[in-house]
Design a protein around this ligand. Sequence first.
Ligand code: LRH
Ligand code: MN
Length: 388
Amino acid sequence: MADLAAVKRALAAQRIETPSWAYGNSGTRFKVFAQQGVPRNPEEKIADAAAVHRFTGVAPTVALHIPWDKVDDYAALTRYAADQGVGIGAINTNVFQDDDYKLGSVTNPDPGIRRKATDHLLEAIDIMDQTGSQDLKLWFSDGINYPGQDDLRTRQDRLAAALRETYDRLGENQRMLLEYKLFEPAFYATDVPDWGTSYAHCIELGERATVCIDTGHHAPSTNIEFIVAFLLRQGKLGAFDFNSRFYADDDLMVGAADPFQLFRIMYEIVRADALDPAYGIAFMLDQCHNIERKIPAIIRSVMNVQEATAKALLVDRDALTAAQNAGDVLESNAVFMDAYNTDVRPLLAEVRADNSLDPDPIAAYKRSGYDEKIIADRVGGQQAGWGA
Ligand code: LRH
Ligand code: MN
């Protein structure tokens, strides 16, 4: 049986990073439904992230995205975050929104554009030096839409050159998270399309280059927990961008579309003793809340990760290993499903109460009046996020 006290300690120590951009307006190419009370600047995004931490107790850092969170003084922003009770986490680069990047950023045929894109990656590290961030998160929208449009091999050489220059600029306690994505915005070939490509580039770069798994970036029915188990074995799993999807990169609340998949992923983390923050995996959310209130959605998402983690921690490992080694297919699956079918909400309510938190963060948030306050206070100005 799982050691309940150890399970509760692990849950209390869990750390989930929320994304600044999930607090801003977002949508699809068809429509962005702007919401009242949405932040107008990085400070207000950080204030909302601090609210999520106040009610969940396990979300003490917020990831920034540059230039969406560009400010004149990152040290002042970091101090502001600390006053709010949170820290600045990963710094995300953006080489996907500039007209120059139509044919690619670091893989673009034009060396001047490659230079511009690489300089942005280096600028992000300058920002990390000011915010004290450890993680540089790189996602490249780079790709092509038609066979023959560009040379696949040459684009990999260009990518490798930019990654090398960026990697060599990293400070000693900094690392690179290389995110992959199967498609979109490119629809024929993406230059970092899958875990294998990211993994190979990370090996080529060095020990401080690791893979970021965005759970929405795979072909349908990809066994993501296998990728997790494999990369953990290789010591090359650096981070998650958690969200869920029914079809493509839907960026829905993690665990909403497939809570069983999230459980299977967290089981591989627990099995590798990789849950503890000291192990170094960054558990981040990367979501868009197009129609639902954003802060309660993020609180719900954090709770979904906690519930999947609690179930994973409750797997009776000895019974499972015994059944597996005995080749007892049905028993091993039954042991695994017993944990998944366990209602862990009372256990998590206890962990929260033990840590002076309201057992029900969503109800506590609603009672706090924070949503009403930001709707009343945040009138005028330019809302953050995708243009309404
Ligand atoms: C790309 C992505 C990436 C971010 C962006 C907001 O789809 O997952 O992680 O930069 O979303
Ligand atoms: Mn992502």
